[in-house]
Design a protein around this ligand. Structure first.
Ligand SMILES: N[C@@H](CCC(=O)N[C@@H](CS)C(=O)NCC(=O)O)C(=O)O
Length: 215
């Protein structure tokens, strides 16, 4: 979707941030053209902090100056306005898909993410293995779902797959050999398939860091 005769929405983003990845994927799937501002998280642009003082990415600023500074809200905004543009996404907000998607996403965001961070940032191998074990309940849950179908809620991609993918990717990359050789074969298959999607690879292209014109 081109915002002809008007300014494009601006997206403050950080390439590797899982929240920003899912927002960018949703915008890409809905063909929403944005002006991407890749941010250095240790030197955030002043205007970004004025727009959203909590200082997290992603942040979407619409041409009418509406600010959406939560990744899920950006996904839902893009799907509400433009999901009809892509055959894949047009039913993602239907109650039967949306509600189970949100249940899984909330478990990811509210519980798994904290365990993932402990695992990811741990430098002691024994302790890391311990943290990994604590996070495995979520892998078991997803793997069980994926043993019966190719995507989390059926054989088609949904909001749940796109929203959770960047976190499972991050988990897998901490020790990719461990992940590949784990008993979560269905989850490994799912991750490997999602990593081949155009909408993933396109949003992961390297970007030049945005330099603020202010200060
Ligand atoms: N609930 C927020 C979380 C976003 C978030 O925490 N993003 C991280 C990067 S992955 C961030 O910007 N952290 C701020 C910082 O590192 O200073 C969302 O879903 O958008």
């Amino acid at each position: 979707m081109n915002f002809k005769n008007t300014v494009k929405p601006v997206l403050y983003s950080f390439r590797r941030c899982p929240y920003a990845i899912r927002a960018r994927m949703s915008l890409e799937l809905c063909k929403i053209d944005v002006c991407l501002r890749e941010v250095n998280l240790s030197d955030k642009p002043i205007e970004m902090l004025h727009i959203s003082p909590k200082g997290t990415v992603p942040i979407l600023v619409l041409p009418d100056e509406t600010v959406i500074d939560e990744s899920l809200a950006i996904m839902i905004w893009s799907l509400k306005r433009f999901s009809h543009i892509n055959k894949k996404t047009h039913r993602w907000l239907d109650k039967t898909i949306y509600e189970p998607s949100m249940q899984l996403i909330h478990r990811n965001d509210n519980s798994f993410k904290a365990l993932l961070d402990k695992y990811k940032y741990c430098t002691d191998p024994d302790e890391a293995a311990n943290h990994r074990e604590k996070a495995e309940w979520f892998l078991i849950l997803l793997n069980d779902l994926l043993e019966k179908r190719s995507c989390l809620l059926g054989d088609e991609l949904t909001l749940a797959d796109i929203a959770i993918l960047p976190f499972i990717r991050q988990f897998a990359l901490v020790d990719y050999d461990w992940f590949l050789n784990s008993r979560y074969k269905a989850l490994v298959r799912w991750l490997q398939y999602l990593l081949t999607l155009d909408c993933f690879n396109k949003v992961m292209l390297k970007q030049v860091v945005f330099r603020s014109a202010i200060g």
